[in-house]
Design a protein around this ligand. Structure first.
Ligand code: SF4
Length: 1020
C-alpha cells in the first residue's frame, strides 16, 4: 500500500505506533521519509527566509521544546518552503545546511572581553559589557566630537569611532542602527554593500533613476537571451538560477563571458573567456557593433532615452580624458557634462538625431574605437565568439524578443565597477529591454539583506530611502539641503519623482526626533551629522592605520577577512583603543590579536586594543523582514530561543543607546541634544520590537491628513499607518523612517507577511510578501508599452493603458492615470523622464564608460590611450599606492570568487559546508602549471605586493591562457572562504592579496583583477 508523506503524518498524528503500522502494512514508500515524519510529528512549523544569499529562498523550520516550562525552543529540522514562488521548495547546499549554522560550535553564547595586551577571552556579564562600552563611547565622543567646521557650519560629526553594520540582519535591526548611529554623529560607517554592490547603485541610479535589480528572479524565465557576465549565478545564486534554466527550456540561449569556465558556463549554450578587468572593452564593442549594424530598437530609443538630447558645448573626450580634468586634484570638474538647456530650464533636443552634439552622435563617436579587432586584442576573447554575442543581443532590438543580463561582483569589484554596469545598462536601453518582462539589468545582490540595508542608508553618506546625508559644503542649512536635493523637471510633463524630496526628508526627521523636530528648528536638521568627505571603509581603514580612529563597532561583519590588504587591516585594528564585535559566531576580526602562526603572525602582548565580543541572535531566533535582490520584503518568524545569553541586535543596540543617554543625562557632555532628543517611543525602551520598528519604517500620520480634493474627507487620521508614500507630507504631519517602504505595514496589517503565490501573469506574484516601491515587481514597466500605451509585445503584456488608467499583471511604475497623450515618460525618477545613454554629471569618472586598466595591469599600458592607463578619477591613499605591484614582478592576474558550498566567511563554522569544501585551494590553468612545474594537489604560494597565501593547487582546464596584445596572460582563481575561526582546516585570508583601491564612484575594492605571482612550495 502506498502512503504519501502527508497521509502518513496524519496517520501518525492519530497515535498509531510505527511497529503496529508496519504490521498492518502501512509503511510509507520511502524509509527516509518515515524517519523524517516521526522527527517532525510534535514539532512546530515556522516560516523563515534563508539568511545567506539574496535569492531569499523560503524555509520551513521545525522546532521542539516550546511547550514545557523552562524549556528552550530548539530548531531540529529545516527544509525548503514549497509555497515560495522563487525557490519552490529548493535549497542549495548552503540553505540545506542551515541547521548546522544555528547549532555551530562557533556560536557565541556569552559577552566576553579581551583586555588590552591579554592573550585570552574573559567572560563578563551583559551589565559590565554595556557599562564599559557606553563609557568608551561617551569618553571618545566627548573628546573628539566636531560640532562646527572651520567655516562655522554646524556639522555635529564624530569621526574617531567608526561602525560597520550587518548584511544579513533584518530591516528592523538596520533602521534602529541608523537611528542610534546618526544620533551619536557617526559618519564613518558602511554596510557590506560597500565591498560588494555599491557600484550597482551608482550605475543603475545614474542611468534609470533607481539603483536596484530591475526585474525578478522568476521573470528571468521570460528572457529569449541571457548574458551572464560579471557573475556566476549557478554557483553564487543557485536556486535563483533555476529560472535561467526555465528560460532555456522555453528556447532561450545562455552565454557566459568570464575569466573562468565556471558552473554557469557548464550549463550555458556557449562560453567565452575574457581577461579580468577588460569588460568595458567587450561591452563598448557591443555598443559599436549595434550602432554599426543598426540593431537598435529605434522606437524605444527615440521615445524613452536621452539619445536626442543636446549636450552642452564644452564637453569633450580626448586621448583618455573627459573635459574638466584637474590633474593636481586627480578629479574632474563635471560642469561641462550636461545638457544644453533653454530659457525655461528644459533640456534641448533634436528628435532627428542630426545635431552633432546630441547624445546619439557623441555616443556613436565615442565607441567607434571599440572595433571587434580591438575587443579581441584587449580582452583575449575570440572574435567569432564576441560577434556571436553581438548578434544574439542585436536580435532582441525588436518588439518581440528580449535579452537580460545577470551580473554580480565580477563587474562591481573594479576601479571601473560602476562603469562596467553602466555600459550594459546602455546596451539594454539601445535594445529596448528595460521595463520589459524577461529584460532588465539584473544585479544579483549577494547577502540576504544587503538590498534592505542599502535601502536603509547604512552607508557613510546615505540616509534611508536613498536620501543623502547632508554635506557640509553643499547643504549647510535645511534650505540648502532641500534646494540641492529637489530637482526640477528637465522636460515638459515629467513626473520627476525626486521633486517630492521635502516630504520624504521631513518625514524622516520626524522619525528621528519626533515632537522635538519642529518647523522652528528645521525639523532637527542640525542634529544630523554632516559629511566633509565620504568615510567609506577604505578611507576609515586608512585613518585607522594613521592612528586617527579610536573605536570600531562591528556588527555582523568580518572586515579582517572582507577588506582588501588584510595585513594593513590587522595593523590598523592594533591601533584601536576599543573594538566592539556584535555577531552570532566567532570571527577573525574579533580575534585579530591572536597569534595563529603564519596565518596571523601578530605580537599579542603589544596589541592594546580592548575587544568586546557580544553574542547576537541569528535569523532563526528573531522576527523581522529581509529584502531579496528583487526588492521583496519578506517577513520571517522566530523559531527558537537564542543560545546561552545571546540577545537580538535590537536589544543590544537599545541597551547601549540607553546607557549612553543615561550618561549624558547624568553628566552632560559634548552636544548632547541629538541623543537626548532622539525619539525613543518604544514600549520597552531596552528592547524595541520588530513590529514597532517595521511600522515606523512604513510611517504614520501624526495629525489628520485632509484630502486636498475634498475638505470633508481625510486621507488618513492621526495615528494611522499610511497606505503609501504618496501620503507623506512636508509639514511635519507625517513620519516615515524609510519612504520607499511606505505600504509595507499599513492599516491593513503587515504586507510583508503575505503568502498568496497566485501568478497574476508572466510569473508575477504580487500577493507574495511586498516589494518596494509600492509593490511594483518590474520597475520602469511603463516602458514595456510603446508611447501609445500598447505593449511592445502582446505576449509579454505586463501593464497597458486601458483608456482610463494603467493596469495589468504588475503594479504600474507610473502615474496611474497619466494618459499616453500627456507625454509622461517611463523613467519617473529622472527629471528628464528618460533613460540616460549619457549620464550627465551623475558619475565622477565620465558620462560615457571608457576602458581603463585595473590599477595593477598585466599590460602596464592602455593601448586605447597609453598616456592614461588607469582611471584618472581613482582615489588612492599614498600608503596604498606604495603597495601596488607591477607586471614584471607579479606577472599573473589574480581574481577572487566564492564557491556554491560556502557563503563568504560564515560557513566556516558550519560542519556540512566544511565537509563539502574542506580545504583552501587556488585554480591554476594547465599551461601555467606546466610552466611552473605544478601538479594537482601541490602546495603553492600565491603572492602579491601586499603579502601571500599558501594553498593547494587545482590544475584546471577551466582557466585558459589568453593572448592579449600579442602576449600570453595567465589568470589565477582564488576562492575566498578561509581563515582560522573555522571547523574546516584553517587557511589563509585570501584578501591579503588584493590592493586597497576602489571603484571611482563608490570605493568598492578591486578584488577581481590584481597582480600576483605563484610558486610551487610542496608536493601533493
Ligand atoms: S544561499 Fe541563496 S540559493 Fe542557497 S538556499 Fe540560501 S537563498 Fe537559496
Amino acid at each position: 500500500m502506498h502512503v504519501t508523506r502527508r497521509q502518513f503524518i496524519k496517520v501518525t498524528a492519530g497515535g498509531l505506533a510505527a511497529s503496529s503500522m508496519g504490521v498492518l502494512g502501512f509503511l510509507p514508500s520511502e524509509a527516509l521519509a518515515e524517519v523524517r515524519q516521526y522527527k517532525l510529528t510534535r514539532a512546530k512549523e515556522i516560516r523563515n527566509t534563508c539568511p545567506y544569499c539574496s535569492v531569499g529562498c523560503g524555509l520551513l523550520m521545525y522546532s521542539l521544546g516550546d511547550g514545557a516550562k523552562n524549556a528552550k525552543a530548539e530548531i531540529i529540522h529545516i527544509e525548503g518552503d514549497p509555497d515560495h514562488p522563487v525557490s519552490r521548495g529548493s535549497l542549495c547546499p548552503k540553505g540545506a545546511g542551515l541547521l548546522d549554522f544555528i547549532h555551530s560550535p562557533n556560536r557565541l553564547k556569552h559577552p566576553e572581553v579581551r583586555e588590552a595586551g591579554s592573550n585570552t577571552w574573559k567572560r563578563i556579564s551583559w551589565h559590565e559589557a554595556v557599562d564599559r562600552i557606553a563609557r568608551h563611547i561617551k569618553d571618545d565622543r566627548d573628546a573628539n566630537f566636531v560640532a562646527r567646521n572651520a567655516d562655522g557650519v554646524t556639522v555635529n560629526r564624530w569621526l574617531s569611532t567608526a561602525m560597520l553594520t550587518a548584511s544579513a540582519s533584518s530591516n528592523e535591526t538596520g533602521i534602529l542602527t541608523q537611528k542610534v548611529m546618526r544620533s551619536l554623529g557617526i559618519v564613518g560607517t558602511d554596510a557590506q554593500a560597500r565591498v560588494c554592490h555599491g557600484p550597482t547603485v551608482s550605475a543603475l541610479a545614474s542611468t534609470f533613476g533607481r539603483g536596484a535589480m530591475t526585474n525578478t528572479w522568476v521573470d528571468i524565465k521570460n528572457a529569449d537571451f541571457i548574458l551572464i557576465m560579471g557573475g556566476n549565478p549557478a554557483e553564487a545564486h543557485p536556486v535563483g538560477f533555476k529560472w535561467a534554466i526555465e528560460a532555456k527550456k522555453r528556447g532561450a540561449r545562455i552565454v557566459v563571458v568570464d575569466p573562468r569556465f565556471n558552473r554557469s558556463a557548464a550549463v550555458a549554450d556557449e562560453y567565452m573567456p575574457i581577461r579580468a578587468g577588460s569588460d568595458i572593452v567587450f561591452l563598448g564593442g557591443v555598443i559599436n557593433w549595434l550602432v554599426a549594424n543598426d540593431k537598435i530598437h529605434w522606437d524605444y530609443v527615440k521615445a524613452f532615452t536621452n539619445a536626442s538630447f543636446i549636450v552642452a558645448e564644452g564637453f569633450s573626450f580626448d586621448d583618455g580624458l573627459f573635459s574638466g580634468f584637474d590633474a593636481a586634484k586627480g578629479q574632474y570638474d563635471r560642469a561641462s557634462w550636461n545638457y544644453e538647456f533653454d530659457e525655461n530650464g528644459k533640456a534641448k533636443t533634436d528628435p532627428t538625431l542630426q545635431d552633432p552634439r546630441c547624445v546619439w552622435n557623441l555616443m556613436k563617436a565615442h565607441y567607434a574605437r571599440y572595433t571587434p579587432e580591438v575587443v579581441t586584442d584587449l580582452t583575449g576573447t575570440p572574435k567569432d565568439g564576441f560577434l556571436r554575442v553581438c548578434e544574439q543581443l542585436g536580435a532582441t532590438a525588436v518588439r518581440n524578443r528580449v535579452a537580460t543580463i545577470l551580473y554580480a561582483l565580477g563587474w562591481t569589484q573594479h576601479t571601473v565597477g560602476a562603469q562596467n554596469i553602466r555600459t550594459m545598462a546602455m546596451i539594454q536601453l539601445l535594445l529596448g529591454n528595460i521595463g520589459m518582462p524577461g529584460g532588465g539589468v539584473n544585479a544579483l545582490r549577494g547577502h540576504s539583506n544587503i538590498q534592505g540595508l542599502s535601502d536603509l542608508g547604512l552607508l557613510s553618506t546615505s540616509l534611508p530611502g536613498y536620501l543623502n546625508l547632508p554635506a557640509e559644503k553643499a547643504n549647510p542649512t535645511f534650505a540648502d539641503y532641500i534646494a540641492k536635493n529637489t530637482p526640477k523637471a528637465q522636460a515638459d510633463g515629467q513626473l520627476n519623482f525626486w521633486g517630492n524630496t521635502p516630504k520624504f526628508f521631513v518625514s524622516l526627521l520626524k522619525w528621528f526626533w519626533g515632537d522635538k523636530a519642529t518647523k522652528e528648528n528645521d525639523w532637527g536638521y542640525d542634529w544630523l551629522p554632516k559629511w566633509d568627505k565620504m568615510y567609506d571603509v577604505l578611507q576609515v581603514m586608512d585613518l585607522m592605520h594613521n592612528g586617527k580612529v579610536n573605536g570600531f563597532i562591528v556588527q555582523g561583519f568580518n572586515p579582517l577577512t572582507s577588506f582588501p590588504d588584510a595585513r594593513k587591516t590587522a595593523a590598523s585594528f592594533a591601533k584601536l583603543k576599543y573594538m566592539v564585535v556584535i555577531d552570532p559566531i566567532t570571527t577573525e576580526t574579533s580575534s585579530f590579536w591572536q597569534n595563529h602562526g603564519e596565518l596571523n603572525d601578530v605580537d599579542t602582548a603589544s596589541i592594546k586594543t580592548e575587544v568586546f565580543r557580544l553574542p547576537s541572535t541569528c535569523f532563526a531566533e528573531e522576527d523581522g523582514a529581509i529584502v531579496n535582490s528583487a526588492r521583496w520584503l519578506q517577513w520571517h518568524y522566530k523559531g527558537a530561543d537564542a543560545p546561552g545569553e545571546a540577545k537580538t541586535d535590537q536589544e543590544i543596540l537599545a541597551e547601549l543607546f540607553v546607557a549612553v543617554r543615561d550618561l549624558y543625562r547624568k553628566e552632560g557632555g559634548t552636544v548632547p541634544e541629538p541623543i537626548l532628543n532622539l525619539s525613543w517611543p518604544y514600549k520597552n525602551p531596552l528592547e524595541p520590537t520588530p513590529e514597532e520598528l517595521a511600522k515606523e519604517m512604513n510611517g504614520r500620520a501624526l495629525a489628520d491628513i485632509p484630502d486636498p480634493k475634498d475638505p470633508t474627507k481625510f486621507l488618513a487620521r492621526k495615528g494611522e499607518q499610511l497606505p503609501n508614500f504618496a501620503m507623506l507630507q512636508a509639514d511635519g504631519s507625517t513620519m516615515s523612517a524609510c519612504w520607499i517602504f511606505a505600504g509595507s505595514w499599513t492599516q491593513a496589517g503587515n504586507q510583508m507577511a503575505r503568502r498568496d503565490n497566485t501568478d497574476s501573469g508572466l510569473g508575477n506574484t504580487p500577493g507574495w510578501a511586498w516589494a518596494w516601491p509600492a509593490n511594483r515587481r518590474i520597475i520602469y514597466n511603463r516602458a514595456s508599452c510603446d508611447p501609445s500605451g500598447k505593449p511592445w509585445d502582446p505576449k509579454r503584456t505586463l501593464i497597458s493603458w486601458n483608456g482610463a488608467a494603467w493596469a495589468g499583471a504588475d503594479v504600474p511604475d507610473f502615474k496611474v492615470d497619466s494618459a499616453p497623450a500627456e507625454g509622461m515618460n517611463p523613467f519617473i525618477m529622472n527629471p528628464e523622464g528618460v533613460g540616460r545613454l549619457f549620464c550627465t554629471d551623475k558619475l565622477v569618472d565620465g558620462p560615457f564608460p571608457e576602458h581603463y586598466e585595473p590599477m595593477e595591469s598585466p599590460l602596464g599600458t592602455n593601448p586605447l590611450h597609453p598616456k592614461v592607463v588607469n582611471s584618472p578619477a581613482v582615489r588612492m591613499f599614498k600608503a596604498d599606492r606604495e603597495r601596488l605591484g607591477t607586471h614584471d614582478q607579479f606577472p599573473y592576474v589574480g581574481t577572487t570568487y566564492r564557491l556554491t558550498e560556502h557563503f563568504q566567511f560564515w560557513t566556516k563554522g558550519v560542519r556540512l559546508n566544511a565537509i563539502a569544501q574542506p580545504e583552501q585551494f587556488v585554480e591554476i590553468g594547465e599551461a601555467l602549471a606546466a610552466e611552473k612545474g605544478i601538479k594537482a594537489g601541490d602546495w603553492v604560494q600565491v603572492s602579491s605586493k601586499r603579502g601571500h597565501i599558501k594553498a593547494k593547487a587545482v590544475v584546471t582546464k577551466r582557466i585558459k591562457a589568453l593572448t592579449v596584445t600579442n602576449r600570453t596572460i595567465h589568470q589565477i582563481g582564488i576562492p575566498l572562504h578561509w581563515g582560522w575561526e573555522t571547523v574546516a582546516k584553517k587557511g589563509f585570508l585570501s584578501n591579503t592579496l588584493p590592493p586597497a583601491v576602489g571603484d571611482c564612484n563608490t570605493q568598492t575594492p578591486e578584488y577581481k583583477a590584481f597582480l600576483v605571482n605563484v610558486e610551487k612550495i610542496g608536493v601533493a
